[in-house]
Ligand binder design. Structure first.
Ligand SMILES: [Zn+2]
Length: 298
């Protein structure tokens, strides 16, 4: 009897020992931002990163179900205020999707995105003709699933200040990189045309002098197994609607920003978007000049 108990106890401990890793992973489920950080810092294997990605995406899909979409009928708002596809670099030939691996940080030979340029010869991030920062807009209705707002040159990593958006129209993901400011928080729902940030030069390569000020925009399509593939979304950008007026999203998630992070920023004298994020009223932004067409770099 005692022997039986001891055996059972041993088996129990042994099973627990075996399953500890999996249970721990379930207990400490990463959100999407943490997953991206762990991939970047190579704290997670590509295989496990993929599993985590699929879990997060199926949760999003369940929470925000989307209808099947027809690529020919996807309708976007152009991501820069008052601009259109003529601001896209290389007339849409900047997309290079091969070798892309979201889960392996060591693979870096691809450019599965379009760079959308502003006219900024002095590289102060302001559009030279208007003298204003360029608003970055949500291209589609969706929810913000990750942001980076505290990029510094010392941190060095590639994307700079970024936003990841889960798209309600397609069930895919939009990645906006190199922003100077980010105006949204994780969990915030946005509507197409809402202001989510401003074009900037944050990011390892984007900050260098040889780089022209631009938004790096990637779209990841998810298949039925939530496998991500970068899609050349130039046709969508070509057909995208130009908007001349924007506003901050009207939705504010309950848990937007931790109080200590706000006070830290305020005491550090950082006039970054945090204050605007907790400002409850949407603000209107209007373009001063609509005569800017044709002056962009292509
Ligand atoms: Zn790029």
């Amino acid at each position: 009897m005692i022997l039986n108990l001891l055996i059972l106890l041993f088996i129990g401990v042994h099973i627990e020992g075996c399953s500890w890793n999996t249970e721990r992973q379930v207990d400490n489920q990463r959100d999407f931002k943490q997953l991206l950080v762990d991939i970047r810092e190579q704290k997670i294997t590509p295989q496990l990163a993929k599993l985590e990605f699929k879990r997060i995406m199926s949760e999003l899909e369940e929470r925000y179900p989307h209808a099947a979409f027809d690529s020919a009928n996807v309708s976007l708002v152009f991501p820069l205020l008052g601009k259109n596809y003529r601001s896209v670099g290389g007339r849409g030939r900047g997309f290079y999707g091969r070798h892309f691996d979201l889960f392996d940080h060591s693979v870096a030979k691809s450019h599965p995105a379009h760079d959308i340029f502003i006219y900024d010869r002095d590289k102060d991030c302001k559009e030279d003709i208007s003298g204003k920062y360029m608003d970055v807009l949500a291209v589609s209705d969706g929810v913000v699933i990750a942001t980076e707002t505290e990029w510094t040159e010392e941190k060095g990593y590639k994307g700079g200040n970024y936003v990841w958006l889960y798209d309600f129209q397609t069930g895919g993901l939009w990645y906006y990189a190199h922003q100077r400011k980010v105006y949204v928080v994780e969990g915030q729902k946005v509507q197409a045309g809402d202001k989510i940030g401003e074009v900037g030069r944050s990011g390892f390569n984007a900050k260098t002098n040889r780089s022209d000020t631009h938004l790096h925009l990637m779209f990841l399509k998810l298949d039925e197994h939530n496998e991500p593939t970068p899609l050349n979304h130039y046709p969508w950008l070509k057909a995208a609607k130009t908007v001349y007026q924007t506003q901050l999203p009207s939705h504010y998630p309950r848990k937007s920003i931790k109080a200590d992070s706000i006070s830290k920023r305020i005491s550090a004298g950082l006039p970054i978007s945090i204050e605007q994020k907790i400002e409850p009223k949407p603000v209107s932004f209007q373009t001063r000049s609509k005569k800017k067409k044709g002056r962009d770099r292509g």
